[in-house]
Design a protein around this ligand. Sequence first.
Ligand code: SAH
Length: 399
Amino acid sequence: METNKANSIILRPKKDESLKRFHPWVFSGAIARIPQGIEEGDIVQVFSANGEFLGVGHYQIGSISVRILSFADETIDVDFYIRRISSAYKMRMELGLQHAGNNTFRLVHGEGDNLPGLIIDIYGKTAVVQAHSVGMDTDKDKIVNALQHVLGKERLENIFYKSEGTLPFKAGIETGNDYLLGGQNIDSVALENGLKFNIDWLRGQKTGFFVDQRENRRLLEKYAAGKNVLNMFCYTGGFSVYALRGDARLVHSVDSSSKAVSLTDENVKLNFGNEPRHTSFSEDAFKFLKESATDTYDIIILDPPAFAKHRGAIANALQGYKRLNLAALEKIKREGILFTFSCSQAISKEQFRLAVFSAAVISGRKVRILHQLTQPADHPINIYHPEGEYLKGLVLFVE
Ligand code: SAH
């Protein structure tokens, strides 16, 4: 057994309430005293002003000072990560996410799996591990060890560590991307609901793929038959490939990144060969919508990047969602279906709906909500950490 460093953090009076309700973050303002010599990424024990033990977590400089890993007084060692990752894996197996037609899923979703700061996505026999806290970066060897233990050699051949850009800069931290297991002769084609996707975890955004849209793509597929579909912000073409399998008449994919467009083309080809129904465009979404003819598309998908990356950006982001949705509502055919999403954590479901409502009012069109969408079950929301609910979507019937 490894031992914890004897680092204790004492909170100010009355600042223990959220931890007693199992919220896993300690904000800097709640802390009365930080011990000398403590370093970012260290394991710390948190106590109330009365000396009551509250939890153990990772220390970091910033507004969130501690991310709680456990509310019990336990050692954060390889066994701890084995327990947490096994629990996460068991849950995914209950969800039926690993079978002949599907080997793409999120295994660990940060706070949602009681591992704040850690993301692990599985693509076939490759795990892509991403640290969003210095503590998870510090613990990466323990995590990699635990992951191998839980999945075993049969199911896990490669581990790619990808934390470049997700960690605050700190001298001495190696956040470079690297294989921590395997790395040779990798099959980078993963399966999602029977469709093939080539996952570029080396150069792609996030862990290489947006795993969180799996169920929403499947819903789109059900509506696609005979339709003209516009997939805005297509990235690797997830929605496009599902629309094509769903017998869409025509699919247009748009992304401002030419790299994304080529990934989309590649994935279309991987599933359907040379597909005359599909065309992709490397263009700005707003410009594309503005220039496209009215009544071309029966279905439009809007899945933009997070417009609000932090609370200070909410007002502008809401304007952005309003403008974007208005542009789509003005162009979509009569009795068209709009799939519209926001993945901004800082924006609530209600705020997003209000932005879309404002766009609908200006467009003057009759709009009904068919579905209210969210993140899938492999991106669970810890009930004590409502901030974990980030993806929201509306499917609208537009007359
Ligand atoms: N729908 C995708 C994920 C979208 S991620 C999926 O299911 O996988 C957001 C994408 O929006 C990125 O690929 C990014 O390149 C693109 N993007 C960002 N700003 C854009 C803009 N102004 N116009 C078009 N695409 C944009």
